[in-house]
Ligand binder design. Structure first.
Ligand SMILES: Nc1nc2c(ncn2[C@@H]2O[C@H](COP(=O)(O)OP(=O)(O)OP(=O)(O)O)[C@@H](O)[C@H]2O)c(=O)[nH]1
Ligand SMILES: [Mg+2]
Length: 302
């Protein structure tokens, strides 16, 4: 970024002859500024500054940095973080702009509005994998409805590039959704996560296929989504690097049958958090899962 990108253009300059402080203050108030560079015959002589206590004081030219409009904006920022009270920007020698701390604060405000500069180190990345039709999308959508406290993004690695224009199903809920088939791979996931660094939570719907959560691809948490009816065939090896399994469509089985399957999975995979959901009205299973998911984000926030 260049100085001309961040400066306030068409600066009001005053000559050395203008010494009437009341008039200078009125001028600054009318223009809603706090600095008036003093320029005589193109030479910078100093700057008038309206201080917070109502005074107007003159500072020497040593307190004003002069840079070219094509210079890096960073040069101006550094000057303001040091001794400079203002930065006078010149183009072909002519004063064309001023940068003050007000401009810097304006930039910071814009950045904050976009989530840039958050102190949480990086988003929590949750990879959700499972066979085709296991209920991954359904689970993500239902979970998002309860995760409004987080700035969440869904990364769809399970849709083709042709779907990218419309976004995926989460887009309809108002949650940001990125269709990124390459997020199935380590390098693709890394790229998309670095692009979404302002998010707090990234839910990645992984591509369908044989469930293999023995090797992570750079996410924080891996979750297997499998229909309860199919969960009996899950092996410990398949889930060896997973933190949770969500057994879906429990509404299609008798509760005793579900309990038996859960017990079997828990026995086979000690330490795995196992949840059971059924995308029906009175599903009580979603709550513990959403609480667990929230904890994954909160404990990374520190
Ligand atoms: N009865 C019942 N149906 C479910 C449940 N979860 C998902 N489904 C249904 O199962 C079908 C597949 O669900 P999706 O959420 O699209 O599954 P997916 O894993 O995202 O599927 P793909 O992305 O196509 O691989 C849909 O028709 C859902 O409505 C559940 O808990 N109970
Ligand atoms: Mg899906």
């Amino acid at each position: 970024m260049r100085a001309k990108d961040v400066m306030t253009s068409h600066p009001i300059l005053v000559s050395a002859a203008e010494q009437d402080r009341a008039a200078l203050r009125r001028l600054m108030e009318d223009a809603d500024i706090h600095h008036l560079p003093i320029v005589e015959d193109g030479h910078l002589l100093g700057v008038w500054v309206a201080t917070g206590d109502g005074r107007v004081v003159m500072l020497g030219r040593d307190r004003v940095e002069e840079i070219s409009s094509d210079a890096s904006a960073d040069a101006g920022m550094r000057a303001l973080m040091g001794d400079a009270e203002a930065v006078l920007v010149r183009d072909a020698g002519l004063p064309v702009g001023v940068i003050t701390r007000s401009d810097v604060l304006g930039i910071v405000r814009t950045a904050l509005g976009r989530g840039i500069g958050r102190r949480h180190p990086r988003p929590t990345v949750i990879r959700i994998a499972g066979p085709s039709g296991a209920g991954k999308t359904t689970l993500i959508m239902r979970s998002l409805a309860h995760l409004g406290q987080f700035d969440a993004v869904v990364v769809q690695a399970n849709l083709g590039p042709d779907d990218a224009e419309d976004g995926g199903p989460a887009g309809a809920t108002g949650v940001r959704e990125v269709v990124e088939p390459s997020a199935h791979w380590r390098s693709g996931l890394e790229r998309v996560v670095s692009r979404l660094a302002d998010a707090e939570l990234i839910l990645v719907e992984d591509r369908d296929g044989e469930l293999d959560l023995a090797h992570g691809i750079g996410e924080d948490v891996q979750v297997a989504v499998v229909s309860a009816a199919d969960a009996g065939s899950l092996s410990a090896l398949q889930l060896s690097d997973a933190q949770a399994a969500v057994l879906t469509a429990a509404d299609g089985l008798e509760p005793e049958e579900v309990a038996r399957i859960v017990a079997a999975v828990e026995q086979r995979c000690p330490g795995l958090a196992v949840f059971v959901v059924a995308s029906v009205q009175d599903d009580a299973g979603l709550d513990p899962w959403v609480r667990w998911l929230s904890m994954q984000v909160l404990r990374r926030h520190g």
